[in-house]
Design a protein around this ligand. Structure first.
Ligand code: MRU
Length: 363
């Protein structure tokens, strides 16, 4: 696929963080997160196929950012319909949406955003108007999803902030930061807010094998913002906890089941067990769009398996024998009993999650 690229230089202003997605001049600008931290390259995407590829190859990643990208993907795909028949337009949009739904399976934000775009398409097909006006309204919906995510992340940060006191050591896994969302992130949102308010947190970022979102993205974005961050290999988390350096763990989520089981980046479960063993609270920060009441338990969450080369090739060279058997699940499930609280834009939820999570969806 021919991806046109725009190369940009890093922002040095701590109040101007790198944005993973921008909609400008009828195309989606997507930061190629595979190239971070060494290169800052914005890709120009013009088609739903390019958006699909960007999500599948993890140029964009992180549950909310995947959902936002997919919404714009629907918009780009909708432009391929050239007729004026409302119902044919809607069928075309639903087809584009079904195609994008195949890009990655675990983060429910993808399906949430596509459902919202589908609902909008249904609504528009029933109203008077031209294809141009329907396409415009569909774009407005994608822009709204994007803008709302920024607001929601900020609210998550505000709710989470009182859990963190000056001087605390906080461990996080993977990247649930600004790069994974419209802005601020979910798990990293309280760190940005703390920084704005002069509250000093000492953040420990797990490197997060095998794709290294912690090393390449979390360490990068926090360092860029001037936040005190120390990078750890994943297998060091227990040691730093045993030293008493960690007072809280906070991670994001790709899908929270109705019973509070949490699917997040592979390795999250191990961190949660370690936190429990050391008496450290384990928090999950996520928007309501990540909570999937239609999925009963973690066992029902589809877990993506990715290719073996993510594990067998490191530092640009092969680091495992040829033909070795590899198991490479991208996510694991942390059972609800390890989750101290789930922080959303509507506030902090404590167990019992089966009872409390549905209340979040009541106005
Ligand atoms: O495979 P990735 O990089 O998309 O996985 C991302 C994570 O697991 C994040 O923790 C999660 O999506 C939350 S992002 C706010």
């Amino acid at each position: 696929m021919d991806n046109h690229t725009i190369t940009e230089t890093s922002s040095t202003n701590p109040f101007e963080p790198l944005l993973s997605l921008r909609w400008e001049n009828d195309r989606l600008l997507m930061l190629d997160q595979r190239l971070l931290p060494e290169e800052i390259v914005m890709l120009e995407l013009f088609t739903a196929e390019q958006v699909f590829e960007g999500i599948q190859s993890m140029k964009v990643r992180g549950a909310p950012a995947i959902g936002i990208s997919a919404a714009y993907g629907v918009v780009l795909g909708s432009w391929e319909y050239k007729g004026e028949d409302a119902s044919a337009w809607m069928k075309h949009v639903l087809k584009v949406s079904a195609y994008l739904a195949q890009s990655r399976p675990t983060a429910v934000n993808l399906f949430w955003a596509l459902d919202r775009m589908n609902q909008k398409a249904h609504q528009l097909a029933e109203q008077e108007g031209s294809t141009d006006s329907r396409n415009e309204a569909l774009l407005a919906e994608a822009i709204a999803i994007h803008a709302e995510d920024e607001e929601v992340c900020r609210q998550i940060g505000e709710h989470a902030l009182p859990l963190f006191k000056d001087g605390m050591g906080v461990l996080t896994h993977c990247n649930a930061g600004g790069l994974a969302t419209a802005k601020y992130g979910t798990a990293l949102a309280p760190m940005y807010l703390a920084h704005e308010q002069g509250i000093h947190l000492k953040v420990y970022a797990d490197e997060t094998r095998p794709v290294l979102q912690g090393a390449r993205l979390t360490a990068f974005e926090l360092q860029q913002a001037g936040i005190d961050v120390t990078l750890l290999c994943d297998n060091m988390a227990g040691m730093v906890m045993s030293k008493g350096w960690i007072q809280a763990v906070i991670v994001g989520a790709d899908r929270v089941a109705a019973n509070g089981d949490v699917a997040n980046k592979i390795g999250t479960y191990s961190v949660a067990v370690l936190a429990r063993a050391h008496g450290i609270p384990f928090y999950v920060a996520c928007p309501l769009s990540t909570i999937d009441l239609a999925t009963a338990t973690g066992a029902d969450i589809p877990i993506e398996e990715r290719t073996a080369d993510e594990v067998t090739v490191s530092f640009g060279k092969r680091t495992a024998p040829q033909d070795i058997k590899v198991f490479n699940p991208a996510f694991d499930v942390t059972p609800n009993e390890y989750v101290t609280a789930i922080i959303t834009e509507k506030g902090i939820v404590y167990p019992s999650y089966s009872e409390e999570l549905p209340k979040l969806f009541v106005d």
